[in-house]
Design a protein around this ligand. Structure first.
Ligand code: G4P
Length: 526
């Protein structure tokens, strides 16, 4: 395939933004897309989020609630790179999909609201990135507002997340007194709210502004110089290698809303973020530059377009080149498939994709063939990529068919929706009642809505609230150990799982029953 193909792969940068709701993910995404020319107007992504996005054909429920149920993929070109941003849904629509999306990226951008510091959802997503050892780039947002001190924010990165950091730049003041950023990396000061031509002030070898400048008259400049000295003496050293290993996070300060520091961030990100890396498979590592196309399904989204009742399987390409119409192997079924209906994901519309390479995401129309985690291959070699990790559900409901006459559609609906992977199905051992587990509340509502609209099966749901789910090692357990505080259920592979009321119930159970070995699948993902 030659140099052209290699060059294309090496310019791919595929990442997800991890953040807690309201930290500024949508705002930053929009600014990045504007730089890439992928959208023309500010407000496009935002409008989609608030439900005003007229051309979107996302699910009905998404429109009703004005939130993004689906995690989409956005692509743009910048400075010779092709960037793929994978969205990670937040709020209550936080789901296994959100976690799994992180299996399909090569790096992550973590946005932190500088007034709030590290919040719960950021921490959860961070842990998944850490488990994969992918590089993480940090954007401290909302410097145009008063927030925590930058030193305090750095300390949180180390103490709460346990990752070392290297500030690429440093704020000069904040809030009403925000003057700009001291850019350690480019050895310049970037001024806030100053026109493009005059925005940058170069620094001399000692890292100081030469001659007179109004910014120097403010005590904030002096304070910044002192803090920079402290960082130079006591802070971490920059190491591109440690960034690539995910052990050091480069930190950027800025304000997405006012589009300040975003371009500087983007350019440095592109310089240090990795292109697609080799991935482990049952046949050893697969090189992204190898000629044979391969990839895996990390997400299945049903009924993207209600008029067509289609499902789309999202494929992360891991090697070779995708060409529309090509034939691939699906080793799980020992089948060959012709990929003629494919789509790419641009910010404003979905287009038919003719070609894509390692690092890219494509969507394949699916009539029920694919499962999450499926590997697609070409060439003689058939292999499977490593299985996708399991994420432990935290919220549970008991579910049954409202109308006993509709049992058939009820079972069919459950089976198909569970296959998509946003919810897990469990059965109690005694009564064989159906329970659903999810990592976010919204999944149950989506489930209820879709059962009714797509399978004509109304459901009754009884909330069981949050539980601590622990799987049992081995196939044997005394079913009499099931109680209201430690409910014994089976997952869809017939493995035993206890649902504990709380931490206390879990500890009590472990003390009483030391022979029952329990585990949390999320701890086994390493
Ligand atoms: P999310 O996708 O992470 O949930 O966050 P989003 O971008 O929607 O931003 C959440 C809120 O924070 C929005 O305000 C947004 O305007 C604001 N915001 C984002 N970046 C900055 C920043 O750099 N500085 C300041 N001051 N605010 C920022 P909102 O009032 O919830 O929405 P809107 O009505 O302004 O659109």
């Amino acid at each position: 395939m030659g140099n052209n193909f290699k060059q294309e792969v090496l310019t791919r940068r595929t990442f997800a933004i991890i953040s807690h709701p309201d930290a500024g993910k949508t705002t930053l995404t929009e600014k990045l897309l504007l730089f890439g020319g992928a959208i023309r107007d500010a407000g496009t992504v935002k409008a989609k989020k608030t439900g005003k996005y007229a051309t979107s054909d996302w699910m009905e429920i998404e429109k009703q609630r004005g939130i993004s149920v689906t995690s989409s993929v956005m692509q743009f070109d910048y400075d010779g790179f092709r960037v793929n941003i994978l969205d990670t849904p937040g709020h209550q629509d936080f789901s296994e999909d959100t976690y799994r999306t992180l299996m399909a990226v090569d790096s992550a951008v973590m946005i932190i609201d500088s007034a709030k510091g590290i919040e719960e959802q950021t921490l959860k997503l961070f842990k998944v990135c850490r488990m994969r050892g992918i590089p993480i780039f940090t954007f401290m947002n909302k410097l145009d507002r008063q927030g925590k001190s930058p030193l305090e924010l750095l300390a949180e990165l180390e103490e709460v997340l346990g990752i070392e950091s290297y500030p690429m730049n440093w704020p000069i003041g904040m809030g009403k007194e925000f003057l700009g950023i001291y850019d350690r990396f480019h050895n310049r000061v970037e001024q806030f709210r100053v026109s493009e031509e005059n925005r940058f002030i170069p620094l001399n070898e000692d890292g100081e502004i030469v001659g007179d400048h109004p910014i120097k008259t403010s005590g904030l400049y002096e304070q910044t110089l002192e803090e920079i000295m402290l960082l130079n003496e006591a802070g971490n050293e920059f190491s591109a290698e440690r960034v690539a290993q995910g052990n050091l996070t480069p930190v950027f300060f800025g304000s997405a809303l006012t589009n300040f520091g975003v371009q500087t961030f983007l350019e440095s990100y592109l310089q240090f973020a990795p292109p697609p890396k080799p991935r482990q498979s049952s046949n050893g590592e697969i090189d992204p530059l190898s000629e044979n196309f391969s990839g895996f399904v990390f997400k299945i989204q049903a009924n993207m377009n209600p008029a067509h009742r289609d499902r789309i399987a999202f494929i992360r390409i891991c090697s070779g080149k995708f060409e529309r119409g090509m034939t691939v192997n699906l080793p799980r079924l020992g089948k060959q498939l012709k990929l003629s209906q494919s789509t790419s994901f641009m910010a404003e519309e979905r287009n038919t994709v003719e070609e894509a390479v390692s690092g890219d995401i494509i969507g394949l129309y699916d009539t029920g063939t694919y499962q999450i985690g499926d590997t697609l291959t070409t060439g003689k070699e058939q292999f499977q990529y490593e299985r996708l990790p399991q994420f432990t559900p935290e919220l549970f409901v008991r579910v049954s068919a409202k109308n006993v006459m509709k049992q058939k559609s009820f079972y069919k609906g459950i089976q198909q929706l569970v296959q998509e992977g946003a919810i897990q199905l469990l059965k109690t051992v005694r009564m064989e009642e159906y329970l659903l587990g999810a990592v976010g509340q919204l999944q149950f509502e989506v489930f209820e809505h879709r059962m009714k609209n797509e399978y004509n099966a109304e459901v009754l749901m009884e909330r069981l609230g949050s539980k601590i789910a622990r799987w049992v090692e081995g196939d044997m357990v005394d079913e009499n150990l099931s109680s209201s505080r430690s409910l014994l259920v089976k997952d869809r592979y017939d493995h035993y799982v206890f649902l504990f009321e709380n931490d206390f119930a879990l500890r009590w159970f472990q003390e009483k029953n030391p022979s029952v070995k329990l585990y949390n699948p999320m701890d086994q993902n390493d």
